[in-house]
Design a protein. Sequence first.
Length: 313
Amino acid sequence: MISFLRTKDTGPVADAVKRHWVDTVLPAPVRPYARLARWERPIGWWLLLWPCWWSLAMATAHVEASMINLWYLVLFWIGAVAMRGAGCTYNDLVDRDIDDKVERTRSRPIPAGQVTPRQALGFLVIQALVGLLVLVQFNIFTILLGLASLAVVALYPFMKRVTNWPQLFLGLAFSWGALVGWAATTGSLSMAPVFLYLGGILWTIGYDTIYAHQDKEDDAIVGVHSTARLFGEKTRLALVILYGGATLLFATAVFFAGLSWPAYAGVAAGAVHLGWQMKKLDIDNPDECLRLFKSNAQYGWLLFAGMLLSIWV
């Protein structure tokens, strides 16, 4: 235990939030692990959480329940934080040699020497066990469905080495909650969560393409592929297709779930937000790319509010 906590706090990651509670409140030996899990960057677990909450709200309205399961909302939040942290830790273990060559990532805990690969592996196991503890609170179908996602999660960090579409594999992993939320409520799957999942994949490719434009120059140097490099100057056109397709798929999911008008209003409000992202996008401005990427947390609220209201309207 002593060796596990023996870390070297050399300061926060270069692009992390400055003077965050991770760096001001947590004990020094714990800070590198918190940075490894990206606790100072909640946008990651929000993006993982939203498909879960959307699906849960959609399923609740579908079965005509009078109230969404608040305990499930909490469980999905805990699971999203734990599994996002585990995913980041796993990704950093796999990419530690690449991260050392990229300006924005070379100050991450592993390449900066704050945490050893062995320590990171131990932390990964702990986070995964928390995620498993959450998963076993649901029905057996949901447990098996959740475990099935691990295959996609395991593949994702390697995709940037072999394909221009690593964002597609991120979408497959990050949107899995669209299936799990419905399964936790109904014990099965249907067309509604499938369309929600497909929409989530396109949405993820879109927002992560914006995010990847921050690293496109370094990625080109080290040979890392991304849809940002693939789309280049045609990124806005690609986003029209991706975000437009996501909107249509989300509306189709709402239709198959039999939800009322607030859900459609939420999808429409979300479409306006996505249009704002495309209008404001400057692919050569890393700060603006990061701001637009983070704004997808607000997009999630728009869809969730509509689906939640459809339970009672």
